[in-house]
Design a binder for this molecule. Structure first.
Ligand SMILES: [Mg+2]
Length: 356
Protein backbone atom coordinates (compact mmCIF):
# COMPACT_ATOMS: atom_id res chain seq x y z
CA UNK A 1 0.00 0.00 0.00
CA UNK A 2 1.28 3.47 -0.81
CA UNK A 3 0.19 7.06 -0.17
CA UNK A 4 -1.25 8.59 -3.36
CA UNK A 5 -2.16 12.01 -2.05
CA UNK A 6 -2.66 14.03 1.11
CA UNK A 7 -5.42 16.66 1.20
CA UNK A 8 -6.16 19.44 3.68
CA UNK A 9 -9.48 21.02 4.62
CA UNK A 10 -9.80 23.97 7.00
CA UNK A 11 -12.59 23.97 9.58
CA UNK A 12 -13.58 26.59 12.13
CA UNK A 13 -15.31 25.70 15.38
CA UNK A 14 -16.63 27.93 18.14
CA UNK A 15 -16.45 27.15 21.84
CA UNK A 16 -19.85 26.85 23.54
CA UNK A 17 -18.55 29.59 25.88
CA UNK A 18 -15.31 31.61 25.46
CA UNK A 19 -12.53 29.74 27.28
CA UNK A 20 -10.30 32.02 29.34
CA UNK A 21 -6.94 30.65 30.41
CA UNK A 22 -3.96 32.37 32.06
CA UNK A 23 -2.41 33.60 28.81
CA UNK A 24 -5.33 33.87 26.37
CA UNK A 25 -9.08 34.00 25.86
CA UNK A 26 -10.20 31.60 23.15
CA UNK A 27 -13.49 32.04 21.32
CA UNK A 28 -13.01 29.77 18.32
CA UNK A 29 -10.55 27.28 16.90
CA UNK A 30 -9.24 26.84 13.40
CA UNK A 31 -8.26 23.33 12.57
CA UNK A 32 -7.28 21.33 9.52
CA UNK A 33 -8.70 17.94 8.60
CA UNK A 34 -5.95 15.87 6.96
CA UNK A 35 -7.01 13.22 4.47
CA UNK A 36 -4.46 10.60 3.37
CA UNK A 37 -5.46 8.64 0.24
CA UNK A 38 -3.89 5.31 -0.72
CA UNK A 39 -3.67 3.17 -3.85
CA UNK A 40 -5.70 0.40 -2.13
CA UNK A 41 -8.75 2.56 -1.45
CA UNK A 42 -8.11 3.06 2.28
CA UNK A 43 -8.56 6.68 3.36
CA UNK A 44 -7.14 7.91 6.63
CA UNK A 45 -8.43 10.97 8.48
CA UNK A 46 -6.32 13.03 10.82
CA UNK A 47 -6.47 16.48 12.30
CA UNK A 48 -3.88 19.22 12.65
CA UNK A 49 -5.06 21.76 15.23
CA UNK A 50 -2.32 24.37 15.69
CA UNK A 51 -2.33 26.37 18.94
CA UNK A 52 0.17 29.17 18.27
CA UNK A 53 0.74 30.03 21.96
CA UNK A 54 1.98 26.51 22.63
CA UNK A 55 2.91 24.81 19.37
CA UNK A 56 4.33 27.88 17.56
CA UNK A 57 2.56 27.03 14.31
CA UNK A 58 -0.70 28.31 12.80
CA UNK A 59 -3.15 27.37 10.11
CA UNK A 60 -1.07 28.96 7.31
CA UNK A 61 2.06 27.05 8.30
CA UNK A 62 0.03 23.85 8.76
CA UNK A 63 -1.16 24.08 5.14
CA UNK A 64 2.12 25.20 3.56
CA UNK A 65 4.30 22.73 5.48
CA UNK A 66 1.64 20.06 4.94
CA UNK A 67 1.89 20.49 1.16
CA UNK A 68 5.68 20.12 1.29
CA UNK A 69 5.41 17.05 3.51
CA UNK A 70 2.89 15.55 1.09
CA UNK A 71 5.46 15.79 -1.69
CA UNK A 72 7.97 13.93 0.49
CA UNK A 73 5.53 11.23 1.64
CA UNK A 74 3.69 10.29 -1.56
CA UNK A 75 4.81 6.78 -2.53
CA UNK A 76 5.55 5.67 1.06
CA UNK A 77 3.58 2.96 2.86
CA UNK A 78 1.30 4.78 5.37
CA UNK A 79 1.73 1.87 7.80
CA UNK A 80 5.50 2.53 7.98
CA UNK A 81 4.86 5.11 10.67
CA UNK A 82 8.43 5.25 12.01
CA UNK A 83 9.80 5.90 8.52
CA UNK A 84 7.11 8.51 7.90
CA UNK A 85 8.17 10.39 11.04
CA UNK A 86 11.82 10.09 10.07
CA UNK A 87 11.00 11.60 6.68
CA UNK A 88 8.89 14.42 8.16
CA UNK A 89 11.57 15.28 10.75
CA UNK A 90 14.26 15.29 8.05
CA UNK A 91 12.23 17.88 6.13
CA UNK A 92 11.02 20.16 8.94
CA UNK A 93 11.90 20.66 12.60
CA UNK A 94 8.94 21.46 14.87
CA UNK A 95 5.58 21.89 13.08
CA UNK A 96 4.09 19.31 15.41
CA UNK A 97 0.41 19.97 14.60
CA UNK A 98 0.66 19.02 10.92
CA UNK A 99 2.94 16.09 11.78
CA UNK A 100 0.27 14.95 14.26
CA UNK A 101 -2.43 15.30 11.58
CA UNK A 102 -0.54 13.08 9.16
CA UNK A 103 0.44 10.63 11.92
CA UNK A 104 -3.21 10.25 13.07
CA UNK A 105 -4.39 9.67 9.47
CA UNK A 106 -1.69 7.00 8.95
CA UNK A 107 -2.70 5.21 12.17
CA UNK A 108 -6.33 5.42 10.98
CA UNK A 109 -5.33 3.67 7.74
CA UNK A 110 -3.15 1.06 9.48
CA UNK A 111 -5.93 0.08 11.90
CA UNK A 112 -8.60 0.12 9.16
CA UNK A 113 -6.38 -2.16 7.05
CA UNK A 114 -5.95 -4.45 10.07
CA UNK A 115 -9.76 -4.45 10.53
CA UNK A 116 -9.64 -3.37 14.17
CA UNK A 117 -10.39 -0.19 16.15
CA UNK A 118 -7.31 1.91 16.74
CA UNK A 119 -7.08 1.10 20.47
CA UNK A 120 -6.76 -2.60 19.61
CA UNK A 121 -4.23 -1.87 16.87
CA UNK A 122 -2.20 -0.05 19.55
CA UNK A 123 -2.34 -3.09 21.85
CA UNK A 124 -5.34 -2.28 24.05
CA UNK A 125 -8.26 -4.48 25.04
CA UNK A 126 -10.61 -2.15 26.91
CA UNK A 127 -12.59 0.57 25.07
CA UNK A 128 -13.41 2.57 28.22
CA UNK A 129 -11.77 5.75 29.41
CA UNK A 130 -12.73 8.43 31.94
CA UNK A 131 -12.20 12.10 31.05
CA UNK A 132 -12.45 15.30 33.00
CA UNK A 133 -14.10 18.50 31.72
CA UNK A 134 -12.54 21.98 31.89
CA UNK A 135 -13.83 25.26 33.33
CA UNK A 136 -12.25 28.53 32.14
CA UNK A 137 -11.22 31.45 34.36
CA UNK A 138 -14.14 33.57 35.58
CA UNK A 139 -15.47 34.91 38.89
CA UNK A 140 -15.53 32.36 41.74
CA UNK A 141 -19.36 32.30 41.74
CA UNK A 142 -19.68 31.74 38.02
CA UNK A 143 -17.01 29.05 38.04
CA UNK A 144 -18.76 27.28 40.92
CA UNK A 145 -22.04 27.37 38.97
CA UNK A 146 -20.31 26.01 35.85
CA UNK A 147 -18.68 23.20 37.84
CA UNK A 148 -21.99 22.23 39.41
CA UNK A 149 -23.67 22.20 35.99
CA UNK A 150 -21.06 19.71 34.70
CA UNK A 151 -21.40 17.56 37.83
CA UNK A 152 -25.17 17.51 37.30
CA UNK A 153 -24.48 16.20 33.78
CA UNK A 154 -22.57 13.29 35.28
CA UNK A 155 -18.95 14.47 35.23
CA UNK A 156 -16.85 13.34 38.20
CA UNK A 157 -13.53 15.06 37.45
CA UNK A 158 -13.36 18.85 36.99
CA UNK A 159 -10.31 20.61 35.62
CA UNK A 160 -10.15 24.26 36.61
CA UNK A 161 -8.15 26.94 34.82
CA UNK A 162 -6.30 29.25 37.20
CA UNK A 163 -3.06 31.25 36.99
CA UNK A 164 -4.02 34.76 38.11
CA UNK A 165 -3.36 36.19 41.60
CA UNK A 166 -3.27 33.36 44.10
CA UNK A 167 -5.77 34.88 46.55
CA UNK A 168 -8.52 35.02 43.89
CA UNK A 169 -7.44 31.63 42.53
CA UNK A 170 -7.80 30.10 46.02
CA UNK A 171 -11.26 31.69 46.32
CA UNK A 172 -12.25 30.12 43.01
CA UNK A 173 -11.38 26.63 44.24
CA UNK A 174 -13.05 27.22 47.62
CA UNK A 175 -16.27 28.21 45.82
CA UNK A 176 -16.10 25.23 43.46
CA UNK A 177 -15.39 22.74 46.26
CA UNK A 178 -18.32 24.10 48.25
CA UNK A 179 -20.61 23.79 45.22
CA UNK A 180 -19.64 20.28 44.06
CA UNK A 181 -19.00 18.58 47.44
CA UNK A 182 -16.16 16.37 48.62
CA UNK A 183 -16.39 13.42 46.24
CA UNK A 184 -15.74 15.21 42.94
CA UNK A 185 -12.08 15.20 41.87
CA UNK A 186 -10.71 18.68 41.19
CA UNK A 187 -7.47 19.25 39.27
CA UNK A 188 -6.17 22.68 38.37
CA UNK A 189 -4.13 24.12 35.51
CA UNK A 190 -2.28 27.42 36.04
CA UNK A 191 -1.01 27.53 32.43
CA UNK A 192 2.37 29.04 33.44
CA UNK A 193 0.70 31.89 35.37
CA UNK A 194 2.37 31.70 38.80
CA UNK A 195 5.83 32.26 40.30
CA UNK A 196 7.61 29.45 42.12
CA UNK A 197 6.99 31.15 45.49
CA UNK A 198 3.26 31.68 44.82
CA UNK A 199 2.90 28.11 43.54
CA UNK A 200 4.32 26.69 46.78
CA UNK A 201 2.13 29.01 48.87
CA UNK A 202 -1.13 28.18 47.08
CA UNK A 203 -0.31 24.45 46.96
CA UNK A 204 -0.93 24.28 50.75
CA UNK A 205 -4.40 25.78 50.37
CA UNK A 206 -5.16 23.58 47.35
CA UNK A 207 -4.07 20.50 49.30
CA UNK A 208 -6.54 21.36 52.09
CA UNK A 209 -9.28 21.77 49.46
CA UNK A 210 -8.58 18.28 48.13
CA UNK A 211 -7.10 19.30 44.78
CA UNK A 212 -5.36 16.27 43.29
CA UNK A 213 -3.15 17.86 40.64
CA UNK A 214 -1.48 21.21 39.86
CA UNK A 215 -0.63 21.51 36.17
CA UNK A 216 2.08 23.75 34.71
CA UNK A 217 2.28 26.34 37.51
CA UNK A 218 5.34 28.17 36.09
CA UNK A 219 6.64 29.16 32.62
CA UNK A 220 7.43 26.29 30.31
CA UNK A 221 11.22 26.77 30.31
CA UNK A 222 11.49 26.78 34.13
CA UNK A 223 12.23 23.10 34.78
CA UNK A 224 14.20 24.01 37.94
CA UNK A 225 11.19 25.94 39.26
CA UNK A 226 8.89 23.01 38.52
CA UNK A 227 11.26 20.68 40.42
CA UNK A 228 11.40 23.08 43.38
CA UNK A 229 7.59 23.28 43.54
CA UNK A 230 7.36 19.52 43.38
CA UNK A 231 9.76 19.13 46.32
CA UNK A 232 7.65 21.55 48.38
CA UNK A 233 4.11 20.52 47.42
CA UNK A 234 1.92 17.74 48.77
CA UNK A 235 -0.25 18.07 45.67
CA UNK A 236 1.01 16.26 42.53
CA UNK A 237 2.67 18.51 39.95
CA UNK A 238 2.04 18.00 36.22
CA UNK A 239 4.15 19.25 33.32
CA UNK A 240 2.23 20.29 30.21
CA UNK A 241 3.73 23.17 28.19
CA UNK A 242 7.17 22.07 29.50
CA UNK A 243 6.93 18.75 27.64
CA UNK A 244 6.79 18.81 23.85
CA UNK A 245 9.22 16.04 22.96
CA UNK A 246 11.03 12.91 24.09
CA UNK A 247 13.96 15.19 24.97
CA UNK A 248 11.80 17.35 27.26
CA UNK A 249 10.38 14.20 28.86
CA UNK A 250 13.86 12.80 29.46
CA UNK A 251 15.05 16.06 31.08
CA UNK A 252 11.93 16.32 33.26
CA UNK A 253 12.50 12.74 34.47
CA UNK A 254 16.21 13.28 35.18
CA UNK A 255 15.41 16.44 37.15
CA UNK A 256 12.51 14.75 38.98
CA UNK A 257 10.58 17.89 38.04
CA UNK A 258 7.02 16.49 37.97
CA UNK A 259 4.71 13.72 39.14
CA UNK A 260 2.81 13.43 35.87
CA UNK A 261 3.26 14.51 32.25
CA UNK A 262 0.37 15.81 30.15
CA UNK A 263 0.95 14.50 26.63
CA UNK A 264 -0.86 16.22 23.75
CA UNK A 265 -0.76 14.90 20.21
CA UNK A 266 -0.50 18.44 18.77
CA UNK A 267 2.52 19.24 20.98
CA UNK A 268 4.52 16.09 20.29
CA UNK A 269 3.68 15.36 16.62
CA UNK A 270 1.20 12.50 17.05
CA UNK A 271 0.63 9.03 18.44
CA UNK A 272 4.07 7.65 17.50
CA UNK A 273 5.91 10.22 19.63
CA UNK A 274 3.28 10.14 22.39
CA UNK A 275 3.97 6.42 22.89
CA UNK A 276 7.69 7.15 23.20
CA UNK A 277 7.12 9.96 25.74
CA UNK A 278 4.88 7.70 27.80
CA UNK A 279 7.55 4.96 27.76
CA UNK A 280 10.25 7.39 28.97
CA UNK A 281 7.98 8.48 31.82
CA UNK A 282 6.97 4.91 32.66
CA UNK A 283 10.63 3.89 33.00
CA UNK A 284 11.05 6.70 35.54
CA UNK A 285 7.93 5.62 37.46
CA UNK A 286 5.92 8.62 36.25
CA UNK A 287 2.43 8.33 34.86
CA UNK A 288 0.98 10.37 32.01
CA UNK A 289 -2.18 12.21 31.18
CA UNK A 290 -3.43 12.80 27.66
CA UNK A 291 -4.84 16.24 26.95
CA UNK A 292 -6.05 18.45 24.13
CA UNK A 293 -6.03 22.08 23.07
CA UNK A 294 -9.42 22.59 21.48
CA UNK A 295 -9.23 20.19 18.58
CA UNK A 296 -12.37 18.53 17.20
CA UNK A 297 -13.72 15.06 17.87
CA UNK A 298 -11.27 13.55 15.39
CA UNK A 299 -8.01 14.35 17.20
CA UNK A 300 -9.73 13.90 20.57
CA UNK A 301 -10.76 10.40 19.53
CA UNK A 302 -7.21 9.56 18.45
CA UNK A 303 -6.09 10.55 21.96
CA UNK A 304 -8.88 8.46 23.52
CA UNK A 305 -7.78 5.36 21.57
CA UNK A 306 -4.20 5.94 22.69
CA UNK A 307 -5.27 6.30 26.33
CA UNK A 308 -7.41 3.15 26.12
CA UNK A 309 -4.40 1.24 24.76
CA UNK A 310 -1.66 2.57 27.02
CA UNK A 311 -1.38 1.37 30.60
CA UNK A 312 0.83 4.29 31.65
CA UNK A 313 -1.62 6.96 30.40
CA UNK A 314 -3.87 6.97 33.43
CA UNK A 315 -5.49 10.40 33.33
CA UNK A 316 -7.59 11.73 30.47
CA UNK A 317 -8.24 15.40 29.74
CA UNK A 318 -9.95 15.12 26.36
CA UNK A 319 -12.89 17.39 26.77
CA UNK A 320 -13.05 19.64 23.73
CA UNK A 321 -15.67 17.18 22.42
CA UNK A 322 -17.94 18.58 25.14
CA UNK A 323 -17.10 22.28 24.94
CA UNK A 324 -16.81 22.95 21.18
CA UNK A 325 -19.79 23.58 18.91
CA UNK A 326 -19.08 21.36 15.96
CA UNK A 327 -21.07 18.96 13.83
CA UNK A 328 -18.52 18.33 11.07
CA UNK A 329 -16.91 15.37 12.79
CA UNK A 330 -19.16 12.96 14.64
CA UNK A 331 -19.51 9.44 16.04
CA UNK A 332 -16.81 7.05 17.18
CA UNK A 333 -17.77 7.06 20.85
CA UNK A 334 -20.59 7.11 23.35
CA UNK A 335 -20.36 8.80 26.71
CA UNK A 336 -22.10 9.00 30.03
CA UNK A 337 -20.69 12.13 31.68
CA UNK A 338 -16.93 11.70 31.45
CA UNK A 339 -17.16 7.90 31.00
CA UNK A 340 -16.41 7.19 27.34
CA UNK A 341 -16.87 3.95 25.40
CA UNK A 342 -15.09 3.76 22.04
CA UNK A 343 -16.86 2.14 19.12
CA UNK A 344 -15.58 -1.12 17.65
CA UNK A 345 -15.50 0.36 14.13
CA UNK A 346 -12.10 -0.24 12.43
CA UNK A 347 -9.78 2.76 12.63
CA UNK A 348 -10.54 5.88 14.66
CA UNK A 349 -14.24 5.32 14.06
CA UNK A 350 -15.64 8.81 13.51
CA UNK A 351 -17.22 10.26 10.41
CA UNK A 352 -16.29 13.50 8.68
CA UNK A 353 -19.22 15.44 7.21
CA UNK A 354 -19.28 15.20 3.41
CA UNK A 355 -16.98 12.15 3.35
CA UNK A 356 -17.91 8.54 2.66
MG1 LIG B 1 -2.49 22.39 30.45
Amino acid sequence: MIIKDIQFEVKRFRFEEPMKIAFAEIVDMETCIVKVLTDEGFIGYGEAAPFPYVTGDNLSTVISVGRDLRDGLVGMDPRAIGSIHHKMDSMYAGNTAIKAGIDIACYDIASKAAGVPLYKFLGGDDPHIHSDVTIGIDTPDRMAAAALAWVNKGFEIIKVKLGEDIETDAERIRAIREAVGETIRIRIDANQGWSVRDSIRISRTLDRLGVDLIEQPVPEHDFEGLAEIRRNSDVRIAADESCHSIYDASRLMKMRACDIVNIKLMKCGGIYNAIKISAICEAAGIRCMIGCMGESTLANLAGMHLAAATDNIREVDLDSVYILKQEDVYGGYDHDGGHVTLWETPGIGCKVKGEQ
